[in-house]
Structure formats: C-alpha cells, structure tokens
Ligand binder design. Structure first.
Ligand SMILES: Cc1cc2nc3c(=O)[nH]c(=O)nc-3n(C[C@H](O)[C@H](O)[C@H](O)COP(=O)(O)OP(=O)(O)OC[C@H]3O[C@@H](n4cnc5c(N)ncnc54)[C@H](O)[C@@H]3O)c2cc1C
Length: 403
C-alpha cells in the first residue's frame, strides 16, 4: 500500500503553543506533497542517478509555492514569519513524509546555503539570495572532502584559495555534495593562508568540473557528486564575513541544517509508521489481524512514543533558535541524532511487519509498491550527513564533561 494512508500523527502528537502561521504552512505543504510529490515518488526513485533524473519540476514548484522564502525575514525577501526555523523544519517534515530526496534538496537550497549568506556583506547576499529564494539558481554547500568529513580542521581541509589580483584562485576537491550536478553556486569551506574560510563560488565557469553523480543506497532523486576546483575564480567580494571564520559559519549553517534533518527523520518515521499501522489492520493470519498481536502492538506503541519525543525535540531546538540562540545545544544535537535514529528504527520494523511485501521494491505480479523499503534505505543517509550521529553524541557529551 502506498501513501497516502490515514495519518496517525493527530492522535499521537499535540503540539502546544505552535503558532497559527506554522500550522497553516504545514497544511499548505501537506496539500502539495500529497497531490504532487507523493504520486511521483516511486517512479522518481527508480530513475538512474544522472542529470535527467533530477526532479526539476518539483524543485521549481516549491519555488512557485514560495517554500524557499520560509526561513527568511521580510528584509531579506523572505516570509518574515515569527518562527522561521520551526516553519522550515515543519516543511522538511512534510516533504520527507513522502520523499527525503526532495526534503534534502530543500535543505541545501535554502536552509543551509541561505544561512551561510546571512553572514555575507549586503552586496554578496543580494547577488545570490534573491536568486536562491526565487529558485532561479540552485545552491549547494561544499564542506566534505575525500579525506575530511567529520574532521574539518584546517590541517585536514585541502581545498585552498590562493591570492590573485582582485580575489583568489581555488584548488581542491569536495565530495558527496548534494545538488552539485545541477547547482549554479556553492558555498565552499577552504583555507586562505592556512585559516578556514568560507567563499561563494560560481560553478558555471572554467576551472570547475563536476564528475558524474554518485550512485547511492537511497535518495536517488537527489544527486550528489564531487566538485573539482582547478584554479576557479573567486572575486574578493565573495568571501563570506572574513578570513578565518569558515568553521564558525559552517557550524552556524549546520545548526539549522541539523534541526531540519531532525524534522526530516520525524517525517520518514511517521510515514513508515502510518504505512505499518494500515498494513497491520488489514493483514490477517491465524484468524486475526496482525494488529491484534501484542508483539507488534508493543513495538508500535514504543515507536509512537519515540516519534512524539523526536518531534518535541526538534520543535524545542527550533523555538530556542527562533528566540535568538545561535547554537541551541544540546537540543540541536539530540534532535538530529534521535530523529534520524528513530527513522531508521521505525523503517526497519516497518519492513519486517510487511513481511515479504516489505522487501519488495515493486511487485512483478501487479506493479504494486509498498514504500517501506524505500524509507528504510533513505533513512540511513541522515544518520551520516550534516554531522554523523556519533559526532552529535560527542557534542552532547561535551555538555557533561567539557571539551
Ligand atoms: C547522502 C549524503 C549527502 C551528503 N551531502 C553533503 C553535502 O551536501 N555537503 C557536504 O559538505 N557533505 C555532504 N555529505 C558528507 C557528510 O557530511 C559526511 O559523510 C559526514 O560528515 C561523515 O564524514 P565521512 O563520510 O568522511 O566519514 P568519517 O569522518 O570518515 O567517519 C567515519 C565514521 O567514523 C565515525 N566517527 C568520526 N569521529 C568519531 C568519534 N570521535 N568517535 C566515534 N566515531 C567517530 C563517524 O561517525 C562515521 O561513522 C553527504 C553525505 C551523504 C552520505
């Protein structure tokens, strides 16, 4: 059975003090996701991972619906909501309920890259932010390298900006970068004179090569690839904030990204949960429904509790951020590790409770799609990206034991 099925979230989660504007946004995004995203997902995820499979129409539709405006203030051309982080996280949850590929494209386009640009001069911000918000340009954030993932210290990062007349020439290689094959610009972590710095790079120029997209376990509709810089031009105005602030900017962007990814975990978990509840009610064996078996009742009672806890955590992290805390810890780390772990846990049981159907991508006999194996595969990525869950537990432990 494919989504949409009956959504159980209303019976299990009662968000208190959630602003009306966020509730309305949730319903608006849900309508789009149900009508336009849901029906496209199964086919979209079966495409080969190349340029032709990028879901350009859906990405453009999100722009038309104004979804990239959500995280921004009105002075920046955004919606000017009172709780923009919570609102963006709710968008992520609703998109990930149907497709984590689309959710993470949204995340890189406006949650992460836009946050980097908020540290830029007005001139640099105005060169790129309106084009990102309107969907005219696709953005990506390039931090990871072949030999620098969890550890992005200045000695690990090999991408280097070398001073040249009026700016820098950039050399190095980034890895696993979401949107890279289709992106117009990248926010790139590099070193300048040995200090970690953040620059905005136009990707449509000589000196930039994007090899073919990676082939991943899941999330096939979002493309990742390396970006190779070989003397790419970075004008001096494209330095964000100042030299030596690169890690600080990256961590600020990742803080928002982690709250957003936590919400995407909740969305995936909720989808796997709802599909399972539907299946358990209808599937009969030994003269009773699967739902009558106490083993599964207990398992899914636990999952319902964990999903509600994960949603509470990301709401709390987001609301603290919206109240002005740049790094709302430990809730940011807790919400990201817990939300994505819950997604994996619920998806694993969802596959199991569907029996053989759970393992099927598409049934040969009648073309039916059950959806839970896709969620199981999609849920693995977020446990790794935007700070692996081990790194986040380390951040939580720092609150107990110090650095
Ligand atoms: C689908 C996908 C999309 C991505 N998109 C982007 C993107 O758009 N932009 C970008 O810059 N990067 C992106 N990444 C990269 C991602 O952020 C890195 O993969 C991640 O930071 C981990 O780095 P690594 O892969 O080099 O693993 P490593 O750093 O080599 O880590 C390997 C393992 O060691 C564990 N580990 C590390 N330190 C510790 C410790 N102190 N204690 C215990 N265990 C530890 C890690 O948790 C991990 O399990 C993406 C990755 C994936 C999978």
């Amino acid at each position: 059975m494919q989504l949409p099925v009956n959504r159980t979230e209303e019976s299990f989660f009662h968000g208190i003090s959630v602003p009306q504007e966020v509730q309305e946004l949730r319903h608006r995004v849900r309508r789009f996701a149900e009508r336009e995203l849901g029906p496209a997902v199964a086919a979209m995820e079966e495409q080969p991972e190349d340029l032709s499979s990028f879901p350009a129409t859906l990405v453009a539709r999100m722009a038309e619906l104004g979804l990239y405006r959500v995280p921004y203030g009105s002075h920046e051309g955004g919606d000017g909501l009172s709780t923009p982080m919570l609102a963006a996280a709710v968008v992520m949850e609703e998109l990930a309920y149907y497709s984590n590929s689309i959710a993470v494209i949204y995340d890189c386009q406006c949650v992460l890259s836009g946050r980097v640009l908020q540290y830029a001069t007005d001139e640099l911000k105005m060169t790129y932010l309106p084009a990102i918000i309107s969907g005219q340009k696709i953005a990506c954030v390039a931090i990871t390298e072949p030999d620098a993932g969890s550890d992005v210290s200045p000695t690990s990062v090999g991408t280097m900006a070398i001073p040249a007349e009026g700016g820098w020439r950039l050399t190095g290689r980034k890895r696993f970068i979401i949107n890279a094959p289709v992106a117009d610009l990248a926010c790139v972590l590099c070193t300048i004179d040995g200090a970690l710095s953040m620059v905005v790079v136009d990707l449509k120029q000589e000196g930039v090569t994007i090899p073919r997209p990676d082939r991943k376990l899941g999330m096939h509709a979002c493309l990742t690839a390396d970006i190779v810089f070989d003397g790419a031009w970075v004008p001096s105005g494209n330095l964000v904030w100042k030299e030596g602030k690169g890690l600080r900017i990256a961590l600020a962007a990742l803080t928002r990204g982690r709250i957003a990814v936590a919400a995407s975990g909740v969305g995936m978990a909720q989808a796997a949960f709802d599909l399972s509840v539907h299946h358990m009610k209808s599937r009969r064996m030994f003269n009773r429904a699967l739902a009558e078996m106490q083993h599964w009742q207990f398992r899914f009672a636990e999952h319902a509790t964990h999903i509600a806890m994960a949603r509470d955590l990301y709401y709390k992290a987001a609301l603290r951020h919206d109240a002005g805390e740049e790094f709302p810890e430990p809730e940011t780390s807790m919400s990201k590790y817990f939300g994505t772990q819950v997604a994996g846990d619920v998806a694993r049981d969802a596959v199991q409770v569907h029996g053989g159907y759970g393992f099927m991508r598409r049934l040969g006999a009648d073309d039916s799609v059950y959806g839970v194996e896709r969620i199981y595969r999609e849920a693995k990525g977020p446990e790794v990206y935007e700070g692996s869950n081990e790194i986040l537990k380390w951040m939580i432990a720092r609150q107990m034991f110090g650095r």
